[in-house]
Design a protein around this ligand. Structure first.
Ligand code: ATP
Ligand code: MG
Length: 314
């Protein structure tokens, strides 16, 4: 089976318990939960049985251990996660507003996560990789951008493939060079997985069909538009395949896009038809939102298949 690799932020997430809760005053918090978009992605891919590894860095603290233990338990290759004693693991504090939007307080660049590098372990992991997945949120510093671009070059040079989820977080977008890096990654991608309005950040078209046609003409193999509870639509040079979402009670939306992407890319790498890859991906995205915490709704393939067959959540 093909091995997939991602590189980027490994964080713990601390969540405000109440909708509309402000971080400007004390309030009840939930967590820590293992997190970081590429970590969620790699954890879900591994849970589905795909060989998958992550390049990143954590501190020599409980939060770092929490992340490494979880990824290992899910079956991921953690050999290229560096542990930096003397640095703290990165954090993401999230609070949900009444309009369902999210507000994050991130500590990424100045945490252990910011020390990401293409060291010997990362080079070794990439030597065995067939596919690289890049999250836009992972392009948080010059250093992180260099790691992502070099991973792409290494894997493409031996005929491997690339997927890209913009995963835009306004709180990280201020990083210098990020906008240019987002475009550079897209230009090298085979699979593009935007959600909602993200599609229009990369196209001059103002309608969905126009944007999809323009981006496909630039050399992508396919575009998968994530549409929250409504499911997703796949586009390639032959046409489109739509797949409606699964009905679940959403308790926490964070992580859905990462779990969806992991499932889609894993099944694309296995040669599954678009409709089949979309079905598993929609199921993983739906399951992700049924649990508080971005990785708590990751389940193995057997549980995902049982959910698809019965509609009952694990
Ligand atoms: P993230 O918050 O992780 O960045 P995203 O914005 O990238 O998510 P979404 O479109 O919110 O992506 O969700 C990805 C997929 O997860 C959807 O395409 C769908 O399959 C599934 N999903 C998300 N929310 C729900 C929901 N409420 N009910 C059922 N499925 C959902
Ligand atoms: Mg996302």
């Amino acid at each position: 089976m093909k091995k997939l690799v991602s590189a980027g932020e490994i964080l713990v997430e601390i969540m405000a318990e109440r909708i509309g809760q402000s971080f400007l005053e004390p309030g009840p918090l939930l967590g820590p939960y293992p997190s970081g978009a590429p970590a969620i992605f790699i954890g879900q891919a591994a849970a589905l049985g795909q060989p998958a590894g992550l390049i990143g860095a954590v501190g020599g603290d409980d939060f770092g251990r929490l992340n490494i233990d979880r990824l290992r338990a899910l079956g991921a290759d953690v050999s290229a996660i560096a542990v930096h004693a003397g640095h703290a693991t990165g954090t993401a504090f999230v609070t949900y507003r009444a309009d369902a939007s999210r507000h994050f307080v991130f500590n990424i660049r100045n945490s252990a996560a910011g020390l990401i590098e293409t060291n010997a372990a990362a080079t070794k992991l990439l030597a065995g990789a067939d596919h690289v997945h890049v999250m836009g949120s992972s392009l948080f510093s010059d250093r992180a951008i260099a790691v992502a671009l070099s991973a792409i070059e290494t894997v493409r040079a031996k005929g491997g493939t690339v997927s890209f989820d913009p995963n835009i977080r306004r709180e990280i977008m201020q990083a210098s060079g990020m906008r240019e890096a987002l475009d550079q990654v897209l230009a090298r991608a085979d699979i593009f997985l935007p959600s909602g309005e993200e599609l229009f950040l990369f196209s001059s078209a103002t309608d969905e069909k126009g944007a999809v046609d323009e981006l496909l003409a630039r050399g992508l193999s396919c575009i998968v538009l994530k549409k929250g509870a409504a499911g997703a639509v796949y586009h390639d040079h032959h046409g489109a395949v739509a797949s409606s979402g699964f009905a679940v009670d959403e308790v926490d939306p964070t992580g859905a896009g990462d779990c969806f992407g992991a499932a889609f890319v894993s099944f694309w790498l296995r040669g599954a038809a678009p409709a089949e890859a979309l079905r598993i991906a929609n199921a993983c995205g739906a399951l992700a939102v049924t649990r508080k915490g971005p990785m708590e709704g990751i389940f193995p393939l057997e549980a995902v298949e049982a959910f698809i067959a019965t509609g009952n959540t694990p």
